[in-house]
Design a protein around this ligand. Structure first.
Ligand code: TXA
Ligand code: MG
Length: 319
């Protein structure tokens, strides 16, 4: 049985023993192990059922460690790290030779960030290796934002999840890479493009459409509930059309009424994007557990964190 714990020393002992743990970050809970232990990293892939071709993010304790992870670091990467670390900004950089190929799926780039969460940082400071950590959900499913989500996903597959409360940001880090000094946004996330552009000027958004094969992290279907899930601009019409079904709705700030609606998740009655992103995945987890016929989500205004939330809702609704 998995234990839910707050004992930092236990986390450190397990990690030093090449075990993997569930641990909190400010974005989502991660499934963490020593990047230099092939055994630990293999268990991450096994437990998540994640294809080995999909590389892992390296989590470090302080910016001084970056030189041991990456080479040829662009000026704009330094600027972003100085501005947003610790925080939900993942940088894709040319990897240092010391980073094992099983972390990067054989690529010559490595993804790295410093998480902004007290417990995560305490753990990282108490060990002498970085942590590889994907989100702590089975591959393709909704990311966990509470320790209980992790325990429910993996009741018997890991020894412990460390409880650092509800994740503050609630959606994953923004991933950016560099083409010389050009900044390319690979995954929308908890830091908006608008806030990145204040630091580095215009960015380019990487999309699947103009690249093939699809890059890791850009799977169309992802963050997916088991229940049928649709995303719409015209929620009243969809509710009406499906009113013979048992429906759940997920909206930003508005309320809708219909006798077909058995459960409502209104993410921020005060129309606040941060509040909505913090609550998003927990709301999706709750809706998914009600055995509904259909979940109808309303598209967010498409700017700032609304854009990142729309990205997740779109992937969750892919067939
Ligand atoms: O907020 C987050 O980033 C969370 C917390 C735990 O830090 N982690 C997370 O990891 O979301 P994961 O594995 O669920 O998503 C990371 C994405 C993956 O889709 C992976 O393909 C991509 O980052 N990625 C990691 N390393 C990469 C690399 N070297 N090159 C290209 N993509 C990479
Ligand atoms: Mg993930």
């Amino acid at each position: 049985m998995i234990q839910i714990s707050k004992n930092i020393q236990l986390a450190v002992d397990l990690l030093n023993n090449e075990e993997i743990i569930g641990f909190p970050t400010e974005t989502v809970y991660g499934l963490a192990g020593n990047i230099f232990s092939e055994k630990a990293v293999n268990s991450i892939f096994d437990v998540k059922q994640r294809p080995k071709t999909n590389p892992l993010i390296v989590h470090i304790a302080k910016i001084e460690h970056l030189d041991k992870i990456a080479n040829e670091i662009p000026e704009n990467a330094i600027k972003l790290a100085n501005t947003f670390w610790p925080g939900p900004m993942t940088l894709l950089l040319k990897k240092n030779d010391s980073i094992p190929d099983y972390i990067t799926a054989g690529k010559d780039s490595v993804a790295v960030r410093i998480p902004n969460h007290t417990m995560a940082l305490e753990i990282l400071h108490a060990i002498d290796f970085p942590l590889a950590a994907p989100s702590a959900n089975p591959f393709g499913m909704i990311s966990p934002t509470t320790a209980k989500h992790v325990a429910d996903f993996f009741p018997n597959k890991i020894k412990a999840v460390f409880d650092g409360g509800d994740c503050e940001n609630g959606i994953e880090s923004t991933i950016v890479g560099f083409d010389n000094e050009n900044v390319i946004v690979y995954r929308l996330g908890a830091i908006s493009i608008e806030n990145i552009e204040k630091i580095v000027g215009t960015t380019t958004q990487f999309t699947n459409e103009n690249h093939s094969p699809v890059a890791p992290g850009m799977m169309k279907k992802h963050y997916a509930p088991n229940t049928n899930f649709i995303l719409t601009d015209k929620i009243s019409i969809e509710i009406e059309k499906n009113n013979h079904l048992r429906i759940g709705i997920l909206t930003f700030d508005k309320n809708y009424d219909s006798s077909a609606i058995l459960h409502k998740e209104i993410l921020s009655k005060s129309s606040n994007f941060s509040e909505a992103s913090k609550k998003l995945y927990a709301a999706m987890h709750r809706l998914d557990q009600l055995d509904l016929d259909l979940i109808i989500a309303e598209r967010f205004p498409d700017y700032d964190l609304g854009k990142s939330i729309n990205d997740r809702l779109t992937r969750a609704s892919e067939k």
